[in-house]
Design a protein around this ligand. Structure first.
Ligand code: TRP
Length: 354
């Protein structure tokens, strides 16, 4: 890998695809299929003519209690992309949010653009602060504004995230638009969420949402007390297959894609499509009309357990941290260059700099 930091004119004007992977020591299939795998595929497909920014939002992660060693978790989170098959080249930029101080600076500025009303309507804020509005920390409220700064500093067009983050993306778009209306074309607006979904291969325009295996009305979540509801990335193939074989379905008796009436079956079809990288429509056509739920389950059990086993063995091969440290070193120089230039432009608009 060369880490050339001199960019050609073409490279300076290339579009940016960006995502932040939340530090989490226990990632599950929902994270893998919702963000990690789609981002890896998009990166491999577009890195010849797009910048691919993959960063760790370490400032976001201190909003709650940290489980484990933060530095260890940061390195491990990035290794996951390599194990998922990310091909590294000079357009792939890894960095840590807190190593690029412009993120915090732009957050404050965007705080003066965002309204209390729109920020308090964010679902995640409402959920997290529900049992104690008074004792919730201000960071929980400010979370989406920092996320907007993460995106807008780099003029990112596409931001692969799970469906639960779509509302935050819309907020970022609105803040950019409001700022631009006042000061001219400063920020690139990230694509609309329906276009984001399409870019991720979700042709219906909806974001990816992997559901609990035991209660498919809900999303797969690490905080779910039921172990059978979720498949961890470190799950053994036998246990993975067992959980899928016992997934909750329905009594309709026909395989068809219907999230409303048959969320369990639809979830399995969605998982099969994402893992095999085939359009959902292709998977639906293959299975519609069949009546044996067991056949679908064993197909999905095989694909998921084989894919996870391959992922796990690649992860085990990346034993040292050197590659990640090297990528971070080059990535953080790149990120500071781009982010500081954008921040200066914003500061000039506001009269903070001449
Ligand atoms: N909020 C995202 C999540 O919970 C992580 C994140 C932070 C992010 N900043 C971002 C994702 C910017 C995309 C772009 O998963």
């Amino acid at each position: 890998m060369s880490s050339s930091l001199i960019y050609s004119t073409k490279e300076i004007f290339m579009q940016t695809i960006l995502t932040g992977i939340r530090i989490n020591s226990d990632l599950h299939l929902g994270h893998f299929l919702g963000v990690i795998l789609p981002m890896t595929r998009l990166a491999n497909q577009h890195s010849h003519d797009s910048h691919i920014n993959i960063f760790v939002p370490d400032l976001h992660s201190i909003i709650g209690d940290i489980d484990g060693d933060l530095q260890r978790n940061i390195i491990d989170s990035l290794k996951i992309f390599l194990a998922a098959g990310l091909q590294i080249n000079d357009h792939i930029h890894f960095y840590r949010q807190s190593y690029v101080p412009a993120h915090s600076e732009l957050t404050w500025i965007l705080d003066t653009v965002a309204t209390m009303g729109e920020t308090s309507r964010m679902i995640q804020y409402k959920e997290k602060s529900d049992d104690g509005k008074e004792s919730a920390n201000v960071g929980i409220f400010n979370y989406p504004i920092l996320m907007a700064a993460d995106i807008l500093l780099y003029d990112a067009t596409y931001v692969p995230v799970g469906e639960d983050q779509f509302q935050h993306l819309e907020l970022a778009r609105n803040l950019a638009e409001r700022f631009n209306n006042k000061f001219g074309d400063v920020f690139t607006l990230p694509a609309k969420t329906s276009d984001q979904a399409k870019f991720m291969g979700q042709l219906d325009g909806n974001g990816i949402r992997i559901r609990s295996l035991t209660n498919p009305e809900k999303k797969m979540s690490k905080s779910d007390p039921s172990e059978n509801s979720k498949i961890m990335l470190i799950e053994s193939p036998a246990s993975t297959a067992k959980k899928i074989m016992s997934a909750t379905t329905d009594s309709v008796g026909k395989i068809q894609f219907d999230m409303f009436n048959q969320p369990g079956i639809s979830n399995l079809l969605q998982i099969e499509s994402l893992i095999t990288n085939q359009p959902l429509q292709t998977i639906i056509s293959r299975w519609t009309g069949e009546t044996n739920y067991g056949d679908l389950k064993s197909q999905v059990a095989t694909t998921v357990s084989t894919t996870l086993a391959e992922f796990q063995s690649r992860l085990a091969e990346i034993s040292d941290d050197d590659t990640i440290h090297e990528l971070l070193k080059a990535g953080e120089i790149y990120a500071n260059g781009v982010a500081n230039a954008k921040l200066l432009k914003v500061q000039k608009c506001l009269g903070l700099r001449d």
